[in-house]
Design a protein around this ligand. Sequence first.
Ligand code: AMP
Length: 215
Amino acid sequence: MNIILLGPPGAGKGTQARILVERHGLVQLSTGDMLRAAKSSGTELGNRVADVMARGELVTDEIVIGLIEEQLDGEAGRHGLIFDGFPRTLAQADALGELLASKGKSLDAVVEMRVDDAQLIERITGRFTCGNCGEVYHDVTKPTARDGECDVCGAKEFVRRSDDNAESVQVRLMAYYRSTSPLIGYYHAKGLLKPVEGLGEIDRIAASIEAALNL
Ligand code: AMP
């Protein structure tokens, strides 16, 4: 099964993708994670996208399509896939359709995670992740059970994304409404769209995603 998790920044795409990976053996392809990895390892690509990402703008279609193509050609291409944070433009959506078709694959569903704007800003500005296993936390809604220690792996290092600040969040939201939200109509027209309420408890949202996907 190949699916897209579609929704504004802070909708919980990454969190839900991790749950689907764990429970259903799918592979998560997050262009944001790939770009952050390129940035922190200081590759030429990483240096090229650093400023754009810090501002909260979108990097070029060409770059992210290239990253996804590489993944489809590699080991990930042999598994069911969750596209997280990709596609973000109509051109990326077209390219993804063509890439999948060229490999005899197709999309099964696009889960649209719906969350109120006011909630998004609060969610994004409070979030942090375990530096070791990537578990996602939130200062208010999901703190670690023991102070300063990851519930999952016990690590004591946490990371906050440098673009999770109020200024960049506004730009990211604008980019979502301007460039990404047209994908809702695009996938609706293809009969693939499954809207899911993205507010509430993480497990209940996961259950509604599983129900929407017949998992
Ligand atoms: P994310 O982790 O998905 O929120 O992505 C973080 C940042 O990476 C975004 O604000 C963009 O600057 C960039 N990015 C990630 N995925 C894409 C994409 N599909 N198209 C363009 N830019 C992207």
